[in-house]
Design a protein around this ligand. Structure first.
Ligand SMILES: Cc1cc2nc3c(=O)[nH]c(=O)nc-3n(C[C@H](O)[C@H](O)[C@H](O)COP(=O)(O)O)c2cc1C
Length: 350
């Protein structure tokens, strides 16, 4: 395993040394060589991509998504068989079996649990921390970030609307300016959304980030099991093809999803109309209506990632998709990002 490991760029230049220094805290927190996380991506972030990311010196995260506890158990075991490096598990807070999933992570002594999809329900943080794992949470606003820190989370991810998948309304650059000055000294903060090159990584590290999280940039890694059609769609697309879904009914506040424009986007609009009509007719309650929307996304993403139906499925992608130009090993992607970041720091030193 260690033969594929990429150590942080050798400290030959001032830029590389600065980069290593800026990443030290984040890398120490994660137990990786470089403070770059591959954000969990449902159906994509499974044993192959996650182990490859961690073996390459970064930090892979398994996307649990809608997995049952038994499936997650098998996925963690398989990942451990492929890497002896640290990796994390991403759990969705509204999963009905959250407690059982936390227990599965604990039984494998997973070192880091990432909670996504809303504030953690009562007891979840305590249960994770009792297992000895560190908790990383997504922080949508400064006020919620402070609340999360008070309740004991160990690190935060702030993710802007440039990202692929479910998104909030604010851009990465604004979130970083609002949050980093207030939080970066308190807990490690990882910046996500729209990062395609190392220069941006250098910028956020300079602003106080402990590290970064990228998703879109890793989808076309050689080790990613995403269908060849899915990867081809990424390689062809430009930034403006990655659009946010539209909400058609104010009573049905669906979380927007950023994905490549296709017929699937229209299917989603039609699905919302159907669900809104069921709400009108009183045949479905609000919570159930929202759950139906979430199930729609999970199914549509699987259709595109696994079956390769990139026309009718959901090709979730961030705006950095325009910077994905070829399929290449994950170690090569990390090496490029690190080189670009080191060169950016070199220029600052000049
Ligand atoms: C195809 C795809 C699926 C994703 N699925 C999830 C998910 O299941 N859970 C999650 O927390 N984030 C998910 N994300 C977000 C990523 O973990 C990551 O935070 C995001 O991709 C970072 O922004 P970027 O795409 O601009 O690099 C997904 C992103 C993509 C592109």
């Amino acid at each position: 395993m260690t033969d594929t490991l990429i150590a942080p760029a050798p400290s030959t230049s001032t830029g590389a040394r600065r980069l290593a220094t800026r990443m030290e805290r984040g890398a120490r927190f994660l137990g990786s060589d470089v403070a770059i996380m591959a954000g969990a991506m449902s159906w994509v972030s499974e044993r192959n991509l996650v182990s490859a990311m961690s073996n390459a010196g970064g930090f892979g995260v398994i996307a649990c998504g809608a997995m049952t506890p038994a499936l997650l158990d098998a996925e963690i075991a398989a990942t451990k068989a492929m890497t002896d490096r640290a990796f994390g598990v991403n759990l969705i807070t509204m999963h009905p079996d959250l407690t059982a999933l936390i227990q599965v992570c604990a039984s494998h002594r997973v070192g880091h649990v990432v909670l996504a999809g809303g504030l953690p329900p009562k007891g979840a943080l305590e249960a994770i921390k009792a297992s000895g794992a560190k908790v990383i949470c997504f922080a949508p606003t400064l006020a919620l970030a402070k609340k999360l820190v008070r309740s004991g989370v160990d690190a935060l991810v702030i993710e802007g609307m440039e990202a692929g998948g479910h998104i909030g309304p604010v851009s990465t650059s604004v979130l970083a300016q609002e949050m980093l000055p207030e939080l970066a000294q308190v807990v490690p903060v990882f910046v996500a959304g729209g990062i395609g090159r190392g220069e941006a990584i250098a910028g956020y590290l300079d602003m106080g980030a402990a590290g970064v999280q990228l998703g879109t940039r890793f989808v076309c890694a050689t080790e990613s099991i995403a269908h060849p059609n899915f990867k081809r769609a990424f390689i062809r697309a430009s930034a403006r093809d990655a659009v946010a879904s539209v909400q058609i009914d104010p009573r049905l506040p669906v979380i927007p999803v950023r994905a490549l424009k296709n017929a699937g986007g229209e299917l989603f609009t039609a699905r919302q109309r159907e669900v809104a009509q069921s709400l009108d007719e009183g045949t479905v309650a609000m919570a159930e209506a929202q759950l139906q929307i979430e199930h729609y996304w999970a199914g549509a993403l699987r259709r595109a990632v696994i079956d390769g139906d990139v026309e009718h499925g959901s090709v979730m992608a961030g705006q950095s998709v325009g910077m994905v130009t070829k399929e290449e090993p994950i170690a090569a992607i990390i090496a490029s990002l690190m080189d670009e970041a080191a060169q950016a720091f070199d220029k600052r030193a000049a």
